[in-house]
Design a binder for this molecule. Structure first.
Ligand SMILES: Nc1nc2c(ncn2[C@@H]2O[C@H](COP(=O)(O)OP(=O)(O)OP(=O)(O)O)[C@@H](O)[C@H]2O)c(=O)[nH]1
Ligand SMILES: [Mg+2]
Length: 425
């Protein structure tokens, strides 16, 4: 038993009782309780401690948890909710653990693991984009893609096993067709992981670090993108010392822009701390906008900094009002020219995946492992490796994909996932 509408006070609260004896518990705390329960028909009555409410019974197999369930509504004051929970416990129920209703729904097959995780995302969603992306997986978008892959891999596995068992009767395994198939599947798995990761990022908010050498115009660019004089701009190289973060909303994408200290070797302590911090920020960012001064041109120093960054980088040639850059996106932080194009270029790949099922870190890493196994299978086929080796790799891939939707999930993994849920979920 738990309140599924959180803590009070609210106008009305709903308390869910789920389990094989749910009706029995409800009958003790709520009256009148009918001789024969009509599932999904609301009952009006009162609680033994004196308040009125509505009871909504569900029979096993047609409730969220898959178990016999009663949802009891009551006035949403904390004392009322507490009184009802206590009454249910006295009548034989137990307080639900965090995420326990969702765990039971998963164990009874009402939802798969990706849907369960989407429920948690849905509750946490702050923006309409976050809600929509969580909704995709709640309706099984990721589940369907993963199931389709598992099905194809299982078909391959069946062929492999048939070859191992009765190779004489059904002829030799078609290595070439298999190689093509594994190649295609590896590609598909990769797409799901890559686009899913972008969609996930676009949901959680993106961090874009503006980097470059001193005086390239980084702070000017930040100000121009924000439309305010947020950061100090001067003609003196080394103006920005600490990093500056500001949040903007680009067509529903939550973007944090980070202005950093210009990268150069510096004798000065404050500046060199700033440089170290800039590099740190760059490593933690989703993307780096690397700015260079077009009037100076691209330099060996720029190339050296770029090499250290190791993040997706968009090259930007600034001060285009004075000199057209020979590479990158041409902008002028001073006149605003090119800024719209820059904004669209860096946001578009995230906006493009707006309808792709997002994959969280847990799902992504299982999908990546599946991809590695399938690529391994492709290579094994190409090298005419023994067919039982191939079978092991394909089984591994199926296992990893199964983890995404919870078909092959250990108890530890389940308790870790569901314990992050709130009570009543
Ligand atoms: N003409 C022109 N000048 C610019 C442009 N962008 C920046 N500047 C000038 O370039 C100088 C340096 O600009 P900042 O924005 O402070 O450069 P920064 O990259 O933040 O420099 P540090 O913080 O020292 O690393 C200032 O004098 C700006 O006015 C531009 O697009 N065109
Ligand atoms: Mg600056």
């Amino acid at each position: 038993v738990a309140s599924i509408t959180g803590n009070g006070p609210t106008a009305v609260a709903v308390v869910r009782v789920s389990g094989p004896k749910a009706f029995e518990v409800a009958k003790t705390v709520f009256s009148p309780w009918p001789q024969a329960v009509k599932p999904r028909y609301a009952l009006v009555g009162s609680y033994e401690f004196g308040e009125q409410g509505i009871a909504l019974p569900f029979v096993a197999g047609s409730s969220f948890t898959g178990q016999e369930t009663v949802e009891l509504s009551i006035h949403g004051g904390n004392a009322s909710i507490r009184a009802l929970l206590d009454a249910c416990v006295l009548a034989g129920a137990r307080a639900a653990m965090p995420g326990e209703f969702s765990l039971r729904a998963f164990l009874n097959g009402t939802i798969d693991l990706s849907q369960a995780e989407a429920i948690a995302d849905m509750v946490e969603a702050q923006t309409s984009r976050q809600l929509r992306l969580a909704g995709l997986n709640l309706h099984g978008a990721l589940k369907k893609r993963v199931e389709a892959l598992i099905e194809e891999l299982s078909a391959e596995l069946a062929k492999i096993e048939a070859t191992i068992d009765f190779s004489e009767e059904i002829g030799d395994y078609d290595f070439e067709a298999a190689a093509r198939n594994f190649g295609r599947l590896a590609h598909q798995i990769n797409d799901i992981e890559e686009q899913g990761r972008l969609a996930h990022r676009s949901r959680s908010g993106l961090r874009f670090a503006i980097m470059g050498r001193p005086n390239a115009g980084k702070s000017s660019l930040l100000n121009a993108m924000l439309g305010t004089d947020r950061a100090i701009v001067t003609p003196v190289p080394g103006t920005t010392r600490d990093t500056i973060e500001e949040s903007v909303d680009w067509e529903g994408l939550q973007v944090v822009l980070i202005d950093t200290a210009g990268i150069r070797e510096s004798e000065e302590q404050i500046e060199s701390l700033g440089v170290a911090r800039s590099l740190q920020q760059a490593m933690a960012a989703d993307e780096v906008l690397y700015l260079f001064d077009s009037t100076i041109g691209w330099s060996a120093e720029d190339a050296a900094v770029l090499e250290q960054i190791g993040r997706p980088v968009t090259l930007v040639g600034n001060k285009a009002d004075l000199q057209k850059p020979d590479r990158g996106i041409s902008v002028s932080a001073k006149t605003g020219q090119g800024l719209e194009l820059l904004r669209r270029t860096i946001a578009s790949k995230y906006l493009l995946v707006a309808d792709f099922p997002p994959t969280n870190d847990r799902q992504s890493s299982s999908i990546q492992l599946a991809r590695t196994s399938v690529t391994g299978a492709q290579n094994a086929v190409a090298a005419y490796m023994p067919i039982d080796v191939l079978g092991v790799l394909v089984k591994d891939a199926i296992d990893h994909l199964g983890r995404v939707i919870g078909r092959t999930a250990s108890d530890d993994m389940l308790s870790e996932i569901f314990s992050r849920f709130c009570i009543g979920k």
